[in-house]
Design a protein around this ligand. Structure first.
Ligand code: FES
Ligand code: FES
Length: 156
């Protein structure tokens, strides 16, 4: 059985006909063709499908699309400001936190969420919060350095 949902993605409203068993990840990648949202395990283990739903990071493979009806999604495309990269994206580039890039969208969205909390961040705390996302290339250090660098600028 199909159902129509309304989903706002990066400030754009979409009316989408979904099947009851489709996940938010299916909708973002297969219906809306937002392939920056990566898919690997499809069962909540890799964290690569992380997006912000109502401002909160979630693994989109674990959410059924109908649960996102009338909600707001942000993907990495929503982080750039008037077509320019954000401070965090710039920091990832400067710190060598992007290698193959497969995990980058998920880490940027999680980093954006952490920075939005508006409090100074500690390395250990970031390490802990990034725990659910897998990177096979960087060893995580550069990713954490990138978030810390923006956190320290914001708290100056
Ligand atoms: S694809 Fe969602 S956690 Fe791996
Ligand atoms: S940069 Fe390759 S998986 Fe993270």
């Amino acid at each position: 059985m199909k159902k129509q949902i309304t989903l706002t993605v990066n400030d754009k409203i979409h009316e989408i006909l979904i099947k009851s068993n489709e996940t938010l990840l299916d909708i973002l990648r297969n219906h809306l063709r937002i392939t920056s949202v990566k898919a690997a395990c499809w069962q909540g283990d890799c964290g690569l499908c992380t997006i912000l739903l109502e401002g909160v990071p979630i693994k989109s493979c674990l959410v059924l699309a109908y649960e996102a009806d009338n909600k707001r999604v942000i993907t990495v495309e929503g982080l750039s400001i008037e077509g320019s990269v954000s401070k965090l994206q710039e920091s990832f580039i400067n710190n060598g936190a992007v290698q193959c890039g497969f995990c980058t969208s998920a880490f940027l969205l999680m980093g954006h969420y952490l920075l939005k909390q508006g409090k100074p961040l500690e390395r250990k705390e970031i390490e802990h919060l990034l725990n659910g996302i897998i990177c096979r290339c960087t060893g995580y250090k550069q990713i954490i350095d990138s978030i810390l660098a923006v956190s320290s600028i914001s708290s100056e």
